[in-house]
Design a protein around this ligand. Sequence first.
Ligand SMILES: Nc1ncnc2c1ncn2[C@@H]1O[C@H](COP(=O)(O)OP(=O)(O)OP(=O)(O)O)[C@@H](O)[C@H]1O
Length: 330
Amino acid sequence: MAVAIEAERLVKKFGQHVVLDELSFTVDEGTVLGVLGPNGAGKTTAVKAVTGLCALDSGSARILGHSVSKESNVVKQLTGFSGQYAAVDEDLTTMENLVLVGRLYGHTKSDAQRRAHELVEAFDMGSYARKRVAQHSGGMRRRVDLACALVGTPKVLVLDEPTTGLDPSSRVSLWQMIQGLVGDGMTLLLTTQYLEEADVLADQILVMSKGRQVAHGAPEDLKGRLGGEQVVVELASTEADTARAAKVVEGILAGTGAQIATQDGQLSFRVPDASRWLASCVSALTADGISIGGLSVKAPTLDDVFFALTGDSMEPTEPDAQLAFITGGS
Ligand SMILES: Nc1ncnc2c1ncn2[C@@H]1O[C@H](COP(=O)(O)OP(=O)(O)OP(=O)(O)O)[C@@H](O)[C@H]1O
């Protein structure tokens, strides 16, 4: 598979602050790389650098083999970018925005109008076509913004936090649009603070912290690095039982490498293929006269991975951040 985006040892400093620290990654054609990391990790700077929107101190980037610094005109034709804040003109209608972008790409008026109509139809924006963007909801603005990024029919699309601030249903509908584009062969580089978003959209995930890569892999591989699912056993009774129960479970899991953590009336441990061990743990505990009040098995989330890798939480601070954790693999 050909490489569509290539970033090699990117370094960017703002004064003394090293924002990108020898960051390298590639994105294969037709695939999605999700760049994940907390506020200030350097995600926006990284994606701006590979689209030529941010000059580097050192390192190089190429889009479909073309140097971002030396062949910027070719790169502009090949790449669509949608930034964190919708860049559309609020005083213009959806159509006017799309036609304006087309004209900026050098399209004739009739070609720009034809492309604008195509995008309005593709993104189901018919009833908003003649409305000023100022009257649009946040979700519809992001949709217009995404459509603007596609006016030049790019082969590579870069989206910086495309759904931040959107309500759950707008977020899901934007995901569906993005999935449609990828289904049609688009290469996508996406930044997000939402673990669920990366999980849903990305083939590969790059986890960043302080301008560096802290992990890279398929969502399932990253989750697999934690050593399996987390099993929590709630005991029906006392503190004394907890230590005894831990000993019993330790005996069952001997040789698996699982570490058993205890709290009053609760044991928890991670073990690959948890279902294989559950029945024997439960029978051994019951045989020892220990009653079980509850049992749960939780698949690792990307947040767990991030915490394990950096000792830091990925959890964003926005009020709607909960969304990322409701279905995030748990
Ligand atoms: N133009 C600038 N001048 C000075 N510092 C900057 C500039 N742009 C970004 N930074 C700093 O670089 C660091 C990384 O910023 P960046 O926007 O790339 O992070 P991010 O991971 O995208 O964060 P967020 O999720 O908040 O958007 C931050 O500490 C930011 O304050």
